[in-house]
Design a protein. Sequence first.
Length: 596
Amino acid sequence: MTEATQAPPTRLPTQAPAIHYQVAMPQPETHLFEVTLLLSDWHAPVLDLKMPVWTPGSYLVREYVKHLQDFSAETLDKKSLICYKLGKNHWQIQTAGVSELAVRYRVFASELTVRTNHLDATHGYFNGAALFFYLPGFEKQPIRVTVSPPHPEWRVTTALSPVPGQRNTFCAPDFDTLVDSPFEIGSHRLYHFEVLGIPHELAIWGQGNAQPERMISDIDKIIQVEAEMFGGLPYNRYLFLLHLSSQGFGGLEHKDSCTLNYNRLGFRAKDKYERFMQLVAHEFFHLWNVKRIRPKELEVFDYERENCTPSLWFCEGTTSYYDLLIPLRAGIYDAKCFLEHLGKEITRVQTTPGRKVQPASESSFDAWIKLYRPDANSNNSQISYYLKGEIVSLLLDLLIRERHGNQRSLDDVMRAMWERFGKSEIGFTPAQLQQVIESVAGADLGDFFGRYVDGTDELPFDEYLEPFGLRLQPGHEGEPVPFTGLTVKAENGKQLIKFVEINSPAQLAGIDAGDELLAIDGIRVTAEQLNERLRDCKAGDTIEVAVFHQDELRTLRVTLDQPRPTRFQVVPVERRKPVHEKNFAGWLGVPLSTIG
């Protein structure tokens, strides 16, 4: 392969080529996928190939090409073709007089996440964006993919349609669909079930304590609740891919499938199982919100660079609000559990100092450079659009319900967005989103959006909760301790300071994230002991904190502050009124008295 600083002129052929990928993994222990791109009916002097730098649904430039090696191109009679590398993800091949050719390369796959590739002795998994090139100008061309498993007992599972008469061969109508259709190859367990007359599959890779029968029963309920909300299912077949791993957590949505990664032993404990069902509800809700109802900036994907939008608070945050509600509506847990889960989410927001710095819309826009690239100051300077959007969506739902006696809700916003933008897959603008929400609410929400979406005002929880007979109660995990602003974690025998809150006693004393905590008032302290030691103190006391700062011993005087809430719970108001009972029952479907 030859590197070039300037690209020879490119002319697209008038006739579209036939595109066929072959994916092999003859030695899965090496973690190398062997990919061959076969092109026929090619009629141009040069061929451009580009690999995506990100995957839709995961808003970070991940530079998938960094895992690519051994790139070459040749004619079908094995004559090498000249290749130029023109950019980090861009190759150009000299093809004058060549109508059929093969491009070969290998991709290292050892990262087990929902948006990357993974290959080992037990299975193969890949996402289109992380494995395949696209031909600029031919993104709408059909693409065939043939997979060659290394063992005869390995099966191939994907949401793509199989090509009749061709073993392990599938067809994507265009490159977007190929990117949107992950593959699982191996001896995974495959379960078939039907919901609303439509076939579904659950593929499970890995060992653990998952109970497929119970899981499928609850997934069935989630599908039915969401289908009822939107008036049906927008697909002919759906696939759930579940990877059981030691520490993984995550999901990635697709139009006809989703990939889930969950702790292999996380299905027996009640709270962990409920968290898994929330993950299922979240990714399935994305069928509508994100995959079909999506911002104008994501209407047509640009696979070469960031696709920034200020609306991820709605795409992800509103979906996060519904991933709490859907299991409640499906009967997987009750209203009391729902409020407990809601309290945990509010706690995460209210204990993040960055909520006072970064608006939800800015968090959305900056996802590509901030959320997935945290540093020691992130919690001081930013807030997750998942979290802030989730709680903003809660307030909008309560606002609409209270104004209309539960005859309208955020559900109506979702249905209106589906009818206006989702069915035709026309991207919406921030102004159009606000207009739809205002039309359902029957009110001008300019002040609300200015303060809570585009601004950093504190969220007025009690104002919106009170009409439903609820309030936000701050509290503490265990006995309260004086506030230092330190977050400390034991790592490799050291007590490392991972975070220092802005303007906290610790920061004002000169302690930095990355320092090693040694002692308080001359006595050694560990991360586990820190709160217990602080219980011997009170606000206003000054303690001496010894740390290693870049291997230099420092002893700093820290004046303690009043304890800060570490937990927030949504609880009933003390004096309940008939309107509280009516509103609460209309929202969550049960009497307020059922939660105590």
